[in-house]
Design a binder for this molecule. Structure first.
Ligand code: HEM
Length: 215
């Protein structure tokens, strides 16, 4: 019998996920939308990177539970989980840094009031984004060998209860930022759903799999 225990699809999954995510952002905003190409290196790339980060993190949390539900997940995908989680976290870090630099009413008019203060909905979305980032950080830290002795901390952070709540933060970040655009399909460039909605669909599937499968 062939030994599959060392097969690992992480490089292929990360490369394909990031190419499709960035490609989707280009298609939606540059090809079908009217965003000028000068905005690709930062504004549009940030959207593609955030989508890729979200998908990789969702894979990381969901492949194991999906397997335990009986879905056909290969050994190479299961072995990739750690690399997917870590690279998803690092891409989320890039997204957070880029978002901090871009964060102004001139770039994100829908997140600000006329007087320049943050809207309530944007406040909820940004708080959830920051908390979900910190949770991802803690989750990645929990696998560092130096902390492996701390059984209580590791047990808590990798517990079903913690993960179910932690995953919700990502969904809240997306929902409060994007829902006003989701309900207006007439405004979708080229009929393509907003990136926040695509990511939310991944979140929903991943969340439900976790809810039903984690023991
Ligand atoms: C410090 C933490 C974070 C901050 C300050 C932040 C900020 C933002 C901002 C300003 C946007 C709007 C971007 C745009 O419309 O171009 C956004 C969108 C988004 N964020 Fe975050 N975020 C954070 C954490 C995260 C994390 C941890 C993830 C996922 C792993 C994530 C995934 C996304 C996604 C998928 C979008 C949708 C992009 C779009 O609709 O174009 N964010 N975030």
């Amino acid at each position: 019998m062939k030994d599959n225990s060392y097969r690992n699809a992480s490089v292929a999954i990360i490369t394909v996920t990031m190419l499709i995510s960035i490609g989707y952002a280009v298609l939606r905003y540059h090809i079908f939308g009217s965003v000028p190409w000068k905005d690709f290196p930062f504004f549009i790339l940030n959207k593609g990177i955030s989508l890729g980060a979200f998908v990789l993190v969702t894979f990381n949390f969901t492949l194991g539970p999906a397997k335990s539900l009986g879905l056909p997940i290969s050994e190479a995908w299961l072995n990739a989980r750690k690399a997917l989680g870590m690279s998803g976290f690092l891409f989320a870090l890039v997204h957070a840094l880029m978002s901090f630099m871009l964060f102004s009413p001139a770039v994100f008019s829908k997140l600000f009031e006329e007087n320049g203060s943050l809207t309530g909905v944007a406040g909820i979305s940004m708080l959830a984004g920051i908390l979900s980032f910190v949770v991802l950080w803690a989750f990645n830290l929990s696998f560092q060998t130096r902390m492996l002795e701390d059984k209580i901390f590791i047990g808590f952070i990798t517990s079903r209860k913690f993960l179910i709540w932690a995953l919700l933060l990502g969904g809240i970040h997306l929902f409060f930022m994007g829902y006003s655009g989701w309900i207006n399909p007439a405004g979708w460039h080229g009929g393509l759903p907003p990136i926040s909605l695509v990511a939310f669909a991944f979140f929903l599937v991943g969340y439900l799999i976790n809810l039903f499968a984690r023991e």
